[in-house]
Design a protein around this ligand. Structure first.
Ligand SMILES: *Cc1c(COP(=O)(O)O)cnc(C)c1O
Length: 404
């Protein structure tokens, strides 16, 4: 079967592998290397010309690299796998998902430029715009996540980047990616999309015309809550600018973390299949609870983004938020959440363990007004058994009722 027609599930298992290069080892070994020794001056010069700038990883078969800061064969294997899965020509691995976002923004913005940023963006991305980009003389305008092609009205002569994240963090608003991309292309503006929610399976931004994809590898790909890593993926037209920022800032990642990411990648298909199924069962149970005013996740038919999600995505991540029917006090929410035995209180997601956090979107938005009044909770569904998770939720809702 040609690689083109191969299912993504299969590619998760086969991508970025080169056993012949490593004594037949199924997995690319961990190359824990700073200095690389060369047999002669000619091979040294060749490596300095080739890999001194960050590798474009189409040709992972050749390992002429000059120094460990640009990665080692372990890094290249992860880059190659992510390129194959996303349809990218180039990939850089960053020390965190947030670093992937900041690297991508810095690659395409300079002093005096303007960026259009989605209002439902991951909180630390907003902080980077409001603090660091501002300090560098780069202006940010936030836009309503449901804006679609009306984004054209917000474009200024100095707009260089439109940043998308779909679905949004915590509240999961769907964006009309093709509509926004069409406007950006007409104005020669670079589009960058945070695709962490869907990665690596449910949506491929680059095949929908987005220029640059950023990923929190920390999440589903890592899969075990034990690494922090990110990736920036792009088509050839945008790789050079990204490679330069990596090179100039001296950003580097541990080969050990890259090998853990590769390990997580092999099982993410099976994990997500299970987690989606469990999430479906939990949604059925939770929608019947009288305290639940609204369910936020595009896979739920009641969600405003459901049609866009069905049009563009092949699956859904295993989390959802709920809006409760009133504002509950800190003490009431503590009574509900503190004693949960499977849903742990903690940020992040993508690991094997279920998580819950309260949040308040009305405190963050600047381009849209949050329409709901009740307290909000986000649940991330891990790999525990659905019935046990429902029992944990049932007990939590009982405690909330008793705390009224
Ligand atoms: C977690 C997350 C990030 C950042 O990833 P880190 O590796 O924790 O820095 C970026 N975007 C989204 C949507 C995330 O959920």
């Amino acid at each position: 079967m040609s690689k083109k027609n191969q299912s993504k599930i299969t590619s998760l298992v086969t991508s970025g592998k080169n056993p012949q290069a490593f004594a037949g080892s199924v997995n690319t070994p961990i190359f824990q290397t700073s200095t690389v020794i060369f047999p002669d001056l000619e091979s040294f010069s060749k490596a300095e010309r080739g890999r001194a700038v960050y590798p474009i990883t189409k040709d992972a078969g050749s390992y002429d690299y000059g120094y460990g800061i640009a990665g080692t064969p372990t890094t290249f294997a992860l880059q190659q796998a992510l390129c194959e899965l996303s349809g990218a020509d180039g990939c850089v691995i960053t020390p965190s998902g947030l670093a992937a976002i900041t690297t991508a923004l810095l690659a395409f913005l300079s002093s005096g430029d303007h960026v259009l940023m989605v209002d439902s963006v991951y909180g630390p991305t907003r902080r980077f715009c409001n603090k660091e980009l501002k300090r560098q003389g780069i202006e940010t305008t936030y836009y309503n996540p449901t804006i679609g092609s009306d984004i054209a009205a917000l474009i200024q002569p100095n707009t260089k980047v439109i940043f998308l994240e779909s679905p949004g963090s915590l509240t999961f608003e769907m964006q009309d990616v093709p509509a926004i991309v069409a406007v950006a292309k007409a104005h020669n503006i670079t589009t960058i999309m945070d695709n962490s929610w869907a990665a690596p399976l449910f949506f491929q931004p680059l095949s929908h015309g987005v220029d640059v994809e950023v990923l929190a590898v920390t999440k589903y790909i890592g899969g075990h809550s034990d690494i922090i890593l990110g990736a920036v993926l792009s088509k050839e037209s945008h790789t050079k600018a990204i490679n330069k920022v990596m090179h100039h800032y001296g950003t580097s990642t541990s080969p050990y973390d890259c090998s853990l990411a590769l390990r997580g990648l092999r099982t993410v298909g099976a994990r997500l299949k299970q987690q989606q199924e469990t999430t479906g069962s939990l949604l059925k149970w939770i929608e019947a609870q009288p305290e639940v005013d609204k369910i936020l996740t595009p896979q739920h038919p009641s969600d405003a983004g459901h049609d866009l999600w069905k049009r563009d995505y092949s699956g859904a991540a295993s989390f959802f938020s709920i809006v409760l029917n009133q504002t509950y006090s800190h003490a009431q929410l503590s009574a509900m959440l503190d004693a949960m035995s499977l849903f742990m209180i903690g940020v992040s997601w993508g690991g094997y363990e279920s998580l819950v956090i309260p949040f308040d979107p009305s405190a963050i938005r600047t381009a849209s007004t949050w329409p709901h009044k009740g307290s909000c909770l986000r649940f991330y569904v891990g790999l525990e058994d659905a019935e046990d998770l429902i029992a944990d939720l049932e007990a939590a809702f009982k405690r909330l009722r008793a705390a009224k």
